[in-house]
Design a protein around this ligand. Structure first.
Ligand code: F6R
Length: 642
């Protein structure tokens, strides 16, 4: 059901949407607004002398909400003494005190810091015998019913559209039950469990039926990574393949989104299909390229009729005929292609993405993990070096948590055996490696690595990064390991960006005085390492801006290993021939610890070199389809104008 046709926050029309959506500038603001609604409900219930029944979720999405509720309790005196909570789900089997249990999650994120009564907090019990689960689930539902049902339910959404652990295929009348987890869900959780093989296969979840019965539903989603499933849930047909789409049939459900998660909604992605818009250059480019790709026509073959039949007749009326618009967009796109990412010396650079001067540039490539440079811009990296620029690489984090235990054990044992064999006495090194080997041999599931093990894992990745640089031809003095402290927690959960991270980043920029900075602009995951690494660069560059060294420094953003820029956003596309694709592949192969079953693979089972090749080929194919040159592959960049 539509709550209203106009989004209060953005003023946009939302004709295509079948669920109320509110889009906020970022997840922090959105979480505060949800927390406010919950606090108001709690207070209203208090005034009525009634309990407030909340349905709660775990995962990364509600963390900001819980932090804000804690703040409201501590700073504004909101009391939770009339609140009764029911969590959606729990892994099965799961001990309550395990580091991955949802009981522990809820205690650590919320319950420990507010005045809720412990007996009022319900999380499905992961310790039962299988035979008891069915009765237990009926009792869980009966308890909710006895209290008059859930007043307000918080939901996240899985990449496959699951709500709770109601995976694709769940029925709309499904009950609270034991379910098998989808592969995608397990892969998403595998980071917390140190690999897929340790990740539970089953869970207990509240059924869809009970979720549909709650009085008010708020589903929260952040980041571009969720944008496709949000569009499918909000604008697609109601289907049990996307359980969140059932919420279209709930009469009081709202999706609370940040801009990334909302980015594929029709009103945001293609607003000209929804209402009259002002045609800016960037919207025109996006619409024309989208039109050509949809119709599978080269840009220069688009006709007036194509524009008119596809909701773009006002653009035609303003700037047409089609021929003129086509030529403008075609030229713009053509000017993004360059084999000279550092600028072409002695050439007219009016229509080139980079300046011709200075002919020899100092270049600083920031790589969040030790392999992002070669994966995301290996072809450009090599070209910059070959074209005579002084290329420096700043490896921002050690990347140590992505090394498998057996790999670290192999290296530790190698050193121990070597030293034993040749009677080499180095007490300090011996104890590091021996302690690490002992730790690894006895390591329990999900245990945080000891500092020695982390050190060895970091060394492995450092060696691989160095090896890639040598392969490209970069000398040691141009390789910089920054080891940003925010990363060094030993878990996938990182610390927030700190002053020291920014300072280390600024120091490197000041030391190198680059004409070009390349940074990973992958914003798909708002909590990920890449985002923090980018924030450190953005903040560092802003602070350095008044200094002379920044007068002639351009910042280019590549995307991380996961996603590419939209074709309409690309400002520089560096082409590669088939041989260059193979050279890049060899450069990626230097990262042996990241091959054959990476620890944090994500939902995509392709290896990194395959993803990189597919992605670079896709970009080249898009240029080809649009009627430009046909290359084997292309790496894409967007300029950040600070
Ligand atoms: C958690 C739950 C799940 C998550 C969903 C999104 O209790 O039921 O449905 O809400 O998997 O997880 P995040 O928020 O980590 O992206």
């Amino acid at each position: 059901m539509l709550n209203s046709h106009i989004d209060k926050a953005t003023g946009f029309e939302k004709r295509f949407e079948n669920i109320g959506t509110t889009v906020y500038e970022n997840s922090a603001i959105a979480s505060k607004s949800v927390a406010r609604e919950i606090a108001d409900l709690i207070k209203k219930k208090q005034a009525q002398k009634q309990p407030c029944i909340l349905g709660l979720a775990t995962g990364s999405s509600p963390k900001g909400l819980y932090a804000e509720l804690v703040r409201l309790h501590k700073e504004e005196g909101v009391s939770f003494n009339n609140v009764i909570t029911f969590n959606l789900d729990e892994y099965y089997p799961m001990q309550a005190d395990s580091i991955n249990s949802y009981v522990r999650f809820m205690n650590e994120q919320l319950f420990n810091y507010i005045d809720i009564l412990p007996e009022n907090c319900h999380v499905p019990d992961g310790t039962l015998t299988k035979e008891r689960i069915s009765d237990y689930c009926s009792q869980y539902e009966a308890k909710i019913e006895a209290l008059g049902g859930i007043d307000l339910q918080i939901l996240g959404i899985g990449g496959n559209g699951h709500i709770g652990f109601n995976e694709s295929g769940s029925l709309q009348n499904s009950k609270t039950r034991l379910v098998a987890l989808d592969h995608i869900t397990r892969v998403a959780a595998s980071g917390d469990f140190s690999g897929l093989s340790n990740t539970p296969r089953t869970a207990i979840t509240l059924g869809v039926k009970k979720i549909m019965e709650v009085k008010r539903v708020i589903l929260m989603a952040w980041g571009e990574g969720k944008s496709n499933i949000i569009k499918a849930s909000v604008e697609g047909t109601v289907t049990n393949l996307v359980p969140a789409s059932f919420l279209q049939e709930h009469n009081n459900a709202t999706f609370v989104l940040d801009q990334g998660a909302a980015s594929k909604l029709t009103r945001i992605n293609t607003p000209w299909l929804v209402e009259k818009i002002t045609w800016t250059d960037s919207l025109t480019r996006k619409a024309v390229l989208g039109l050509a790709l949809n119709l599978k026509k080269p840009i220069l073959m688009l006709t007036d009729a194509d524009y008119i039949e596809n909701g773009m007749s006002d653009l035609l009326a303003d700037s047409g005929p089609a021929y003129d618009i086509n030529i403008t967009i075609f030229n713009k796109l053509q000017h993004t292609i360059t084999g000279w990412p550092g600028g072409k010396p002695n050439a007219d650079d009016t229509n080139r993405p980079e300046r011709a001067e200075p002919a020899k540039k100092r270049v600083l490539i920031f790589s969040p993990h030790p392999d992002d440079d070669i994966i995301s811009m290996g072809g450009t990296f090599k070209r910059l070096h070959e074209q005579g620029h002084e290329v420096h690489i700043g490896y921002q984090t050690s990347g140590n948590i992505a090394v498998a235990d057996d790999e670290a054990l192999r290296f530790a044992s190698f050193v121990c055996d070597y030293n034993d064999k040749f009677g080499i006495e180095n007490k300090e090194a011996d104890s590091i490696y021996k302690n690490a080997a002992t730790f690894l041999k006895n390591k329990k599931n999900s245990e945080i690595d000891s500092p020695e093990v982390r050190y060895i894992k970091g060394l492995i990745r450092k060696g691989e990064a160095r090896s890639t640089c040598h392969y490209v031809g970069i000398p040691d003095e141009q390789i910089h390991f920054m080891n940003l402290p925010f990363y060094e927690t030993g878990t996938i959960e990182k610390k927030p960006i700190g002053e020291e991270d920014i300072q280390i980043t600024m120091d490197l920029i000041e030391k190198i005085k680059p004409h070009q900075i390349y940074a990973a602009g992958d914003l798909a995951d708002p909590h990920g390492t890449h985002k923090v690494c980018l924030d450190a660069i953005f903040e560092g560059v802003k602070r350095l801006k008044p200094k002379k060294l920044m007068n002639d420094c351009w910042v280019w953003l590549y995307r991380g290993a996961w996603q590419e820029w939209g074709i309409d956003e690309i400002e520089m596309a560096v082409p590669m021939g088939p041989d260059q694709v193979l050279e890049k592949r060899k450069g990626i192969f230097k990262h042996q610890s990241q091959k054959d079953g990476v620890v944090f693979q994500g939902a995509d089972s392709r290896e990194f070199w395959q993803r990189a090749e597919d992605r670079n080929k896709e970009t080249a194919d898009l240029y080809d389809q649009l009627g430009l040159s046909h290359y084997a592959a292309m790496e894409a960049f967007v300029r950040w104008k600070y």
